[in-house]
Design a protein around this ligand. Sequence first.
Ligand code: NOJ
Ligand code: CA
Length: 682
Amino acid sequence: MIRPHWPVRSLGAIAAALLLPGLARAQDTLRVTSPDGRNAVTVGVREGVAYYAVERAGKHVILPSRLGFTFRGARSLGDSVRITASARAGADTTWSLPWGEVARVHEHYNELRVGFAEIAEPRRQFTVVVRAFDEGIGFRYELSGAGGFGDFEMTDERTEFTLADDARAWWIHANVPRPDRYEDLYSSSPVSVIDTVQTPLTLEMQSGVVAVIHEADLVDYAGMSLAGHYESRTLQVALAPWADGVKVRGHAPFVTPWRTIQLADRVEDLAPSLLGLELNPPRRIENTSWIRPMKYDGIWWGMHLNVYTWGQGPHHGATTANTKRYIDFAAGNGLSGTLVEGWNVGWDGNWMQNRDGFSFTQPYPDYDLPGVAAYARSKGVSLIVHNETAMGIENYERQLDSAFALYHRLGVHAIKTGYVNDKTAAGDSHTGQYMVRHYRKVVETAAKYQIAVDVHEPIHDTGERRTWPNMLSREGARGQEYNAWGGEGGNPPEHESILFFTRMLSGPMDFTPGIFDLLIKRQTGKPRSPDEPRPRSTLAKQLALYVVLYSPVQMAADLIENYDRQPAFQFIRDVAVDWDTTRVLAGRIGDYVAVARKTKSKDEWFVGAITDEAARTLDLPLSFLPNGRRYVAQIYADAPNASWRENPEAIRISSQPVTSATRLHVVFAPGGGQAIRLIPAP
Ligand code: NOJ
Ligand code: CA
């Protein structure tokens, strides 16, 4: 299909003309469509209230929904306004990512700017900027300083999303059981019965449209969740508060984050999800050579299993000798990093309570930090330094520069941060404006010292990696750790096939796959029962997760002794962490998904496919391979007698010749998966 092309320069001229006072005719409604003409956004005023609406291919997605704000000590904004001006623009460009699930992004949109002014004094003004892409839409507010509008304390953003039908929503709670850490199990239900939920919120509409509500370019604002109301299809923006209840403090002129709605006809078309990146400013780091996607091992799972401790004592994990063992293993097995947790002073006793006791420079006596850093360097391995803050934010910020300067001197280029606690000591929300500023400050400060960041208990991803590619990965969902100690017996087998279509649409996740001792029997000799916490996964599924759950840093998470004499470990040695392209081959939310990714700058593909608790088969066409070329598929499949419950480690490794005409017949065990490497035939 030939796409209509907007001559950007002439649009600019029209835009300038439209902005001249008096020239822009005030209209009640304005409309902008995506380059392919399928997504349309209408912006208008009804009985004085500013609203927008969204359609896809003539189907209503968002019915007219309110826009506006409320403030402390000032009248609400948006409910007594008229349209005063409008302008149009657009862009059609392609740019590269230094790393990613794709190498290049085609950014193509039409933009509409709609100016609003209050009908009566103080005649404050704001602009709603809408961008319509083929893959969805985004809109944001620009608050002008007109009408004496200066410092403000926003008590709510009143943006609403009124769904055109009672879509099936895939959601996690915003506030329970762990406020604002996104570490909940997903549920699905009609949108009319959901409470306050996190984004990305994936909605399968009765019309067949799939919509994902999220936000982009969150810099100095409160994180967004969505409040539902019983028997209503209207979701309202809910912002995480400061300790005193205010949501956002600012000064006009002021720009809000984008509200985004990804739109697709099939769930398979949701990934790769690039809309959020397209709505962030371009890269701010010129030389990115020190930012390296990598696989890593680490002193980590052992603490979650109580084999090691973070704090001092006879089982302290982060000793010099143990760390060298992990560095050696990494160097010998194609992993480029070693993570060490529990190396620094502050872990003894109740570290969550003693949040201000962490030092980020002072190691425990049995850990020779400069020594292990030099040893790692000599082996070509990056030490990944762990910084758990326990939400002692001021304590961490005080040490940021000295700690990062030290790591830089030691040749460390990556850290893992952590924020285990519900609120700051002062009572600010985990995802409110205070924390949004903090997370950004850490990334920007780290960039100065050439350090990349992997954040646990983060703010959700809003595409900041485009601007700051040292923002490598983050948790922000229920990861593997819950399979060590999660009260429910670990994550259910469907979990990752939901994550793929929800959380993963916002960006990379440090899930930490690769547990091989799936019955967790090494320490006791006795396998854990299916009701006790353990990965509810087969071994082949653990491998498939490296391809399915995208992250530029992927851990080989198990104790390294569990990789001893394991033929299946070859897949972890081989699998790539940086990609040219990504294709979803098949999927149904909560049931199964199969993804193909092409290794960056190499004639090599990987396929990862996973199922939920159900055994099932899939026929996967390899039509993504170039025509007429022969490849070898190295296949890591569930053995015929495998199942997550009884026999999770049964795996069958085989090879077969394939071409783009091959259909691979994939057979999944319950809780199973399949991991495939495709290389050119010799
Ligand atoms: C929670 C993180 O998700 C986990 O990876 C880490 O080991 C602990 N916090 C301790 O910081
Ligand atoms: Ca966590």
